[in-house]
Design a protein around this ligand. Sequence first.
Ligand code: PLP
Length: 399
Amino acid sequence: SSLFHAVEMAPRDPILGLTEQYVADTNPKKVNLGVGVYYDDNGKLPLLECVQKAEEKMMAAHAARGYLPIDGIAAYDAAVKSLVFGADSEPVKSGRVATVQALGGTGGLRVGADFLRKLNPSAKVLISDPSWENHRALFTQAGFTVETYPYYDAAKKGINFDGMLTALNTAPAGTVIVLHACCHNPTGYDLTAAQWDQVVAAVKARKLVAFLDMAYQGFGQGIAEDGLAVQKFVASGEDFFVSTSFSKSLSLYGERVGALSVLCADKDEAARVLSQLKIVIRTNYSNPPTHGGQIAATILNTPELRALWERELAGMRTRIKEMRTALVEKLKAKGVQRDFSFITQQVGMFSYSGLTKDQMVRLRNEFGVYGIESGRICVAALNTKNIDYVTESIAKVVA
Ligand code: PLP
């Protein structure tokens, strides 16, 4: 019989399945709030002007496409370090950050996971409950046992911070704690500065390993503001991991532009860590692709393009905030009694709307408004043209 006769069909990706259903839906008013991408007010995926300008520069240079170094474009890695830690920061100046270009934020997480697994094969990984659904699968595939720490408190529409802290304070030394640096996916609830202090203190006291996933830098409060958690971990003197992504912040989803940075004790240690990260990369895909990394490096290292990017990023961030406010106000205006103002306290692309699974199913089946059954909606897919229909539909299902 065939080599593959016993191969089972893997479950479908739940979010992609939802998108297929959305595409097949004939309702002309349908709205897809299940996605994890930013759309502009016309419901289109933006091609940022800073990206277009960088590509024009790149086209004019007619560069050949040699292999990149295993760790990627040096100017890209340097720009990532500056963005994540600060250009004049001590970790960057002292050379104790090992940074590699990676295939999106996912690639950064996976390179880090593979390295960590070699470093400490018996460590457990804790992810937030709930978390981005790929966290569990990714760390499991890398060989880890993955468990969760409490995060969302459905009753209080916020963070179960005591539960989170208790989990950290009882985790064995060496446990890898995956933390959303900003714009928590899926809930939209971020820790306060004071809560970060307590998390950092717990990680330090318990000798845990922090792995910050920063997929949305600039989408929450601002580029620097969203780096707060990174700054707090730097100040603690601990070593830690940060994966970054330009998928959202440069709207470069398909180019797979991300990175992994590992903060080490000193320059010598960073060189040794870098050499190990390179082995992980070399044996997986040898070296990263040129185009996306070159776009990001060109933008970040050209002052006018960098300034343009910051304006465009601020535009995306502001539009999301406006949609949050509009969502809450329009629900109120449509006579909805329940207080939805918590939506304006959330940040980033997503909102845990507090709607039940049944309500989400009704929204989809009766109104063609597609969100995740957990109640997660993508606020970045709302716009001035679809928000009235979406709020009318929500008003009907919560009535
Ligand atoms: N981490 C989180 C929390 C995310 O939400 C995402 C994307 O949705 C990623 C990582 C992956 O980003 P990328 O598309 O750059 O791999």
